[in-house]
Structures are given as C-alpha cells and as structure tokens.
Design a protein around this ligand. Structure first.
Ligand code: AP5
Length: 267
C-alpha cells in the first residue's frame, strides 16, 4: 500500500515521486468528489482513502503546499496569481489548473487509484480530465456530489481550524481539540484559513454556484454522477457514500483490509 498520506508527486509535480509504494489494490478505484466549499470533501476523502486506498488528490492542497513554500511560490508569477485568487475566494483560472494537472498526469494512472477532490470545478476542466483519462487509461468509477444546505456549509467553514504544523483540520464545534487553539495530533497552533473568512466564503459559494451546473450535467450525461446527502454526521455521510459505491456492484472485498487478508500467506 502507498504510504498513507504520501502525495509527494501530486503536491510537488515535476519529477517528484511518492515514497515506498507497496502492493497495489487488486482493483483500484477512480473517483471524483464534487461539492460546495466546506461541505466535507476533505473529511470524506480521508475516510475513503483509509477504506479503499485510493490516493487523495486535492487541487486546493497543491496551492496550499505552494503557499507554505514561499520561495517556490515567489519564483512563479503564475503560482502567485493562483494564490492571490485563492485567498480572495475566487477560482484559479482554468489555464493554470489544467497546466498543473497535466504536469501530474502520472498520478492519473497510479495503480493505487485516485480520489480527485476539488477538480474538476468547471466544465472545461471536466472535458480536459476526460481527455487525459482517455490518454492514460482508467475510467471514472463514480463522481460523488456531496450536497448540504448552505447554512450547514457556512457553519462548517466558519468553525474550521487548521493546524499550522501538521495541517490537520478541526472544527470548534463538530471536531474540537482538547485544548482550545492547539492541535491534538502535534501540539501545533490552529488558524483560520484565509479563504474561510466570511468575505471569501461568500465569493467561494458564488463561484461554486456559477460553475457547477454544467459540470453536474456533464457527469450526469456520462452516467457516473451520484448525489449524496452530506448534511449528517461524518459517519452518516460516509455510510451514504459507501451505499452508493456498493450499489455500483463492486465486491466489498476491495477494501484495504480484505485485500490485505487475501494477499496474506495461509497460516
Ligand atoms: P479546496 O481546497 O478544494 O477547497 P474547497 O472546495 O473550497 O473545500 P474545502 O477544503 O474548503 O472544504 P471541504 O469540502 O474539503 O470540507 P472539510 O472536509 O474541510 O480549494 C481551495 C481554493 O483553491 C478554491 O477556492 C480555489 O481558489 C482553488 N482551487 C482548487 N481547486 C481548483 C480548481 N479545480 N479550479 C479552480 N480553482 C481551484 O470540512 C469543513 C469543516 O466542516 C471541517 O472543520 C470539518 O471538520 C467539518 N465537517 C466536515 N464534515 C462534517 C460533517 N458531516 N458534520 C459536521 N462537521 C463536518
């Protein structure tokens, strides 16, 4: 199994490689998570990765990783423009995002599978993803659209706090830390993401509303779209997603535990 959380190639692009890839799942999953900002895509991605082993590929994480490395970001006017747009809550331009994905095309045929989070966000990006997948092989198994009322989303975003050190995500109400403002995992300081400030949240929600319709139509027409109620607890939402994937007719043995048991030598 790929070392959990190792997305070096995805975050750095170029010639970077991930560390110590292990046995591949018998049947990798190729999934896309769609949904408004703050609906819980990252939260569900963690659970899906743990269960199915697919690699979590978030475009937002690429930008945040560049932000944490100011030298690299400062060297690249393109990346600086992307980060400025992101801080304002706007979408990064299709040209930049598509270029970034093209640079990471290897991640799209990783034999561990993938879980794309935050891409595609526009129909242009969706079309480019189709072309790239045609070039490199895998077909999408499912596109999961997480859906929740706007008041739920705003509550989730306004209460989210992220650890400066290990980047773990917490919530003041739904996932509080033991000590206020301090990460339970590593003792790092928690902060509010720039784009979680109310003025940026409004821009992000507007950007989502203005672009997502044609993306939904695109995947509905392809027959891979599943709308999942994301208004419940993280566990309830995950159960809803599992139900959708099970209904896809995939034998449940493809979870990591069962795959590992199958590969274990007989006692
Ligand atoms: P990105 O990082 O993709 O952000 P996003 O889509 O806005 O989503 P978030 O990460 O804010 O939220 P989430 O849905 O993952 O929710 P989470 O699980 O953290 O993109 C950031 C920016 O990058 C964009 O605005 C844009 O500028 C740019 N960008 C990225 N990709 C792009 C692209 N393809 N094209 C153009 N621009 C692009 O949950 C939120 C909170 O709620 C957490 O605190 C969590 O603990 C809590 N929570 C989650 N689920 C539940 C639940 N079920 N019950 C209670 N609390 C919950």
């Amino acid at each position: 199994m790929l070392r959990k959380g190792d997305r070096t190639a995805w975050l750095k692009g170029g010639r970077a490689t991930c560390i110590a890839p292990g046995p591949f799942p018998k049947r990798p999953w190729y999934l896309v998570l769609l949904g408004p900002p703050g609906v819980g895509k990252g939260t569900q991605a963690d659970k899906l990765v743990e269960t199915y082993g697919a690699c979590h590929l978030s475009t937002g994480e690429i930008f945040r990783a560049a932000c944490r490395n100011p030298c690299e970001a400062a060297d690249s006017p393109v990346m600086r423009a992307a980060l400025d747009a992101m801080a304002r809550g706007e979408l990064v331009s299709d040209e930049i995002v598509i270029e970034i994905i093209r640079e990471r095309i290897r991640c799209l045929h990783c034999m561990h599978g993938f879980l794309l989070d935050g891409f595609p966000r526009t129909v242009e990006q969706a079309r480019v993803l189709d072309q790239l997948l045609e070039q490199v092989g895998p077909r999408l198994d499912a596109v999961i659209l997480l859906d929740a009322p706007e008041e739920v989303i705003i509550q989730r975003l306004s209460g989210r706090r992220v650890c400066r050190r290990c980047k773990a995500s917490w919530h003041v109400q739904y996932k509080p830390t033991r000590v206020d403002g301090i990460c339970d995992n590593c003792g790092g300081e928690l902060f509010l993401r720039d784009d979680d400030r109310p003025e940026s949240v409004k821009v992000r929600l507007d950007a989502y509303r203005n672009t997502i319709g044609p993306v939904i139509d695109h995947y509905r027409d392809s027959g891979v779209l599943h709308v999942v109620d994301a208004s419940g607890s993280p566990e309830q939402v995950f159960a809803n997603i599992r139900a959708v994937l099970e209904a896809e007719g995939r034998p449940w043995e493809k979870t990591l535990d069962e795959a590992a048991a199958r590969q274990a030598p007989p006692a």
